[in-house]
Design a protein. Structure first.
Lengths: 574, 175
């Protein structure tokens, strides 16, 4: 069967069971947009290519399937570099297809030409420039394989226009043949036995669960490990939901804005069991002062993570689910629950910290001040059980992670490693497309919202009813917090404005329901109304207290022992 | 240009595809690993090329360098060659000032180093020297007093030393 390269590309995506494409057409990708008309694949027309990339990420983060975005050459390709980099940092599987000028014009500075594979090389797991239409099915198959196996990540396929127009003989490859790509999935048996032994003997162990738990679908295996051993778990920003917050052994988020117990239990532990986590600087603080007495078991599918920051005593390369299942078996073989060391004193100490230093903010007795944490609490308590929470980057992101109660995996979508402001709105659209049956709330900052709000037009047009809560403090709040604390309150270029733009009117102009909430009494009614709307997006402009800061906080580069609590909680723990 | 005290040679087998060198070089740049020298050529199997990289192991632990390298999809195999267990050779071309008064001395030194004169001008000669990198360093030092007009070195290539016991070629699987 003869097909054009463009037809072969779309057919290859169908073979990969792609159900939705997020994209925006243009000159070099024009031939590929033609067969979309005849394809069962849904196409969602974005308003900016960055939106397409973040939508693909949001889709991938809630479904576990790769998100796919398609855009044209040049500026479109450069616009999608941010989502690629974001997905690279957070190991999110997305496949980006870019148009390219005709192969015969490459290198001539042709109209809308950019060296897309060159530009995206450092921010993709791998990328391909197609030079022969006959290669298209093979490359698509390889791209999806690379994106979704081993440590997942973004990939990019660059397709020159003349290749899209060229004829090829259709085929679909049975398998991939990549001599340089064979990820290790099974852990080393001796290391696993070693790990089980350390686990059984530890008196003050903590499990440091990272995003790898979710990537590897290891939440159940983790649950089994915890229930068998009684070891408490901290869930990093990327792992919120990987272990239920309601579980008595869940200590919540560690790190720069982690809660006191999560941070301190890691500092004081004698065994740190790192599962799919990467010792990010936002978690460790000053590395030399991090968990100083702990032996470390480190499980990761990416061998380069083992020993990159902290040298593990027991390194295990492998898929988190497979390795944890093997560890569970080994722990059981050594006697299971009965064979665990006595940890009563450790658990008691942890309960003491939880009681003494809970998450806290001061709600003024009088006045109409709206605290952002209060908005989060009300959103949390009024949201349906299946709600997916999406956030941008900054103070609102930290409050979201702190104050939400995550009970299920894949219900939290945020930008962790790269910290991409503007992530929330498009990622929420992608999440809602991936899980149309679930309520999707995006909690956004006013600064973030202004970066990508245009995708609400996409959402309204495509009838993707996401809900957005803007915690509008009229500042780039996290920057303001640092300027207040570390730059002697010299506020440089952080003031936005509560009224400009008018978020309610802006939402309405984009086809959404717009609301404004200025006092605590109005909060519940607005949230209830938003939850009841299911035919269009909703935006609520919450006018929150600009003075509120995110606590606890470990100053950048400082030791986690120097955690600062909400001022009302005193000097706790120093 | 003396060789650094702490260097290791990585022999990297890569798929012979466009842009592979850029992927390797780009990785070194963005991870802050220093390359001391680099040589690339196709292997006897046309599907693969071999990149011989001399890395500065002061800039980053060798383990981290090889692990990151191995994550590149076109990288098929990495062999680490410890200088003490490898034979290393390098080629140098140098044009040296050799006026009638000094020409004899220059030629004599070229002969001592078993180099060859491959081009002769009125006041200059071009010599070729192949050998151990430290020998080329010595030659370069000595020629300094006769004025080096131009000089190029290829960067080293290496193979494991054949020992009577098991060879110490160590395959680094990235694990």
């Amino acid at each position: 069967m003869k097909l054009t390269g463009a037809q072969a590309l779309i057919k290859s995506l169908e073979m990969q069971e792609v159900e939705v494409l997020f994209g925006l057409p243009g000159g070099a990708i024009l031939p590929v947009y033609d067969p979309i008309i005849d394809s069962p694949i849904r196409h969602i027309l974005v308003r900016h290519e960055q939106g397409a990339g973040h939508m693909a990420e949001g889709y991938a983060m809630v479904t576990g399937r790769p998100g796919v975005a398609m855009v044209t050459s040049g500026p479109a390709a450069t616009n999608i570099v941010t989502p690629l980099c974001n997905a690279y940092m957070d190991s999110t599987p997305i496949v980006v297809i870019t148009g390219q000028v005709a192969a015969t014009s490459i290198g001539t500075d042709a109209f809308q030409e950019a060296d897309t594979t060159g530009i995206t090389m450092p921010v993709t797991k791998h990328n391909w420039l197609i030079t022969d239409a006959q290669d298209i099915p093979r490359v698509v198959k390889e791209a999806f394989h690379v994106a979704t196996t081993g440590r997942p990540g973004p990939v990019l396929i660059d397709v020159p226009k003349d290749i899209s127009n060229a004829e090829m003989e259709w085929y679909w490859p049975e398998s991939v043949d990549m001599p340089g790509y064979k990820p290790t999935t099974k852990g080393h048996p001796r290391m696993i036995r070693e790990a089980a032994k350390l686990i059984n003997e530890a008196h003050r162990p903590v499990i440091y669960a990272g995003g790898g738990i979710l990537k590897a679908h290891a939440a159940e295996a983790l649950r089994e490990l915890v229930d068998m051993t009684g070891i408490p778990v901290v869930t990093t920003l990327m792992a919120r939901g990987a272990f239920p917050d309601s579980h008595p052994l869940c200590l919540g988020m560690p790190g720069m804005h982690g809660n006191y117990t999560a941070v301190t239990s890691m500092q004081k532990c004698d065994l740190l069991i790192a599962l799919g986590s990467r010792f990010d600087d936002r978690v460790t603080g000053k590395v030399s002062a991090f968990a100083p007495d702990a032996k470390v078991i480190h499980v990761d599918v990416d061998p380069a993570e083992l020993g990159k920051v902290r040298r593990p005593d027991v390194p295990i390369v492998g898929d988190c689910r497979l390795v944890i299942e093997e560890i569970n078996k080994a722990v059981r073989d050594l006697g299971g629950t009965e064979a665990q060391a006595d940890r009563a004193a450790w658990i008691e100490q942890i309960r003491g910290w939880q009681k003494q230093y809970p998450l806290h903010y001061e709600q003024p007795e009088t006045g109409n001040v709206l605290k952002p944490q209060y908005v989060l609490e009300r959103l949390r308590d009024n949201a349906p059980d299946d709600t997916i929470l999406v956030s941008g980057v900054g103070q609102h992101q930290m409050w979201s992670s702190q104050y939400w109660r995550f009970e299920r995996p894949y219900t939290w979508v945020n930008s962790g490693g790269l910290g991409t402001m503007g992530f929330a709105v498009p990622a929420a659209v992608g999440a809602k497309v991936g899980q149309p049956g679930d309520t999707v709330w995006a909690v956004d900052g006013d600064g973030c919202f202004q970066m990508t709000a245009q995708e609400l037009v996409t959402a309204a047009t495509e009838r993707i009813p996401i809900k957005v809560a803007i915690l509008n403090n009229a500042y780039l709040g996290m920057v303001r917090q640092w300027q207040e604390l570390f730059y002697e309150e010299r506020y440089s270029e952080v003031y936005l404005s509560p009224h400009l733009p008018d978020y309610k009117m802006w939402a309405e102009a984009m086809g959404c329901e717009g609301m404004r909430v200025e006092s605590p009494e109005e909060v519940d009614a607005a949230i209830d109304k938003a939850n009841s709307i299911d035919d269009r997006p909703v935006v609520i402009d919450f006018r929150v207290d600009y003075r509120e800061k995110v606590y606890p906080m470990v100053p950048a580069g400082g030791s986690n022992d120097d955690i600062i609590l909400d001022p009302s909680q005193g000097e706790g723990g120093r | 240009m003396p060789a650094p005290a702490r260097h290791h040679t990585l022999s990297v087998l890569v798929e012979n595809k466009a842009g592979v060198l850029m992927r390797v070089a780009g990785l070194f740049a963005r991870r802050g690993f220093n390359i001391y020298s680099l040589a690339v050529a196709p292997t006897d199997d046309e599907r693969f090329s071999r990149i011989t990289i001399v890395v500065d192991v002061e800039s980053a632990p060798l383990e981290q360098i090889t692990k990151q390298l191995f994550k590149l999809i076109p990288v098929v195999k990495i062999s680490e060659l410890d200088p003490s267990s490898a034979v290393e050779r390098e080629l140098m071309l140098a044009t040296i000032k050799a006026e009638p008064a000094t020409r004899g001395q220059v030629i004599e030194l070229v002969n001592v180093f078993e180099g060859r004169i491959i081009d002769v001008g009125r006041d200059e000669i071009t010599v070729m020297l192949a050998g151990r990198p430290d020998k080329l360093d010595d030659f370069e030092d000595l020629m300094g007093s006769y004025e080096i007009v131009e000089l190029q070195r290829t960067g080293r290539v290496a193979l494991p030393k054949l020992e009577r016991q098991a060879p110490r070629l160590r395959s680094v699987k990235g694990a």
